[in-house]
Write a protein of this length. Structure first.
Length: 106
């Protein structure tokens, strides 16, 4: 029993936020930029599909897989209260829904 109580206390140890280390603080801030960058680079795909009405070469199966993965990442982020994962997953889900719908329409 004693071992279980020690383990519980170890699991509760968390790092401070914002972190006192400048490098970790920089990474904490940059992760939001990276979370935004990923979905933004998919915008040309949306432009190709909707403005040119051309979905050739875009796999519905692949983007459905990405969508399912993003939904699970969103659930994971919500459960663990990780804001960068939640933020990124929501953006990815929006982008992937637009691409998925575009591949079905065109």
């Amino acid at each position: 029993m004693h071992h279980l109580h020690i383990r519980k206390r170890i699991d509760l140890k968390k790092e401070k936020y914002p972190h006192p280390d400048k490098f970790k603080r920089l990474i904490d801030n940059l992760i939001y930029v990276i979370a935004l960058f990923g979905p933004i680079v998919s915008i040309p795909q949306i432009i190709k599909i909707y403005f040119y009405q051309n979905a050739s070469g875009v796999s519905t199966f692949t983007w459905t897989g990405y969508l399912i993965g993003s939904i699970f990442w969103l659930i994971y982020g919500i459960i663990h209260k990780e804001k960068p994962i939640i933020f990124s997953s929501i953006l990815w889900i929006i982008i992937e829904i637009f691409i998925f719908i575009g591949t079905i329409i065109y």
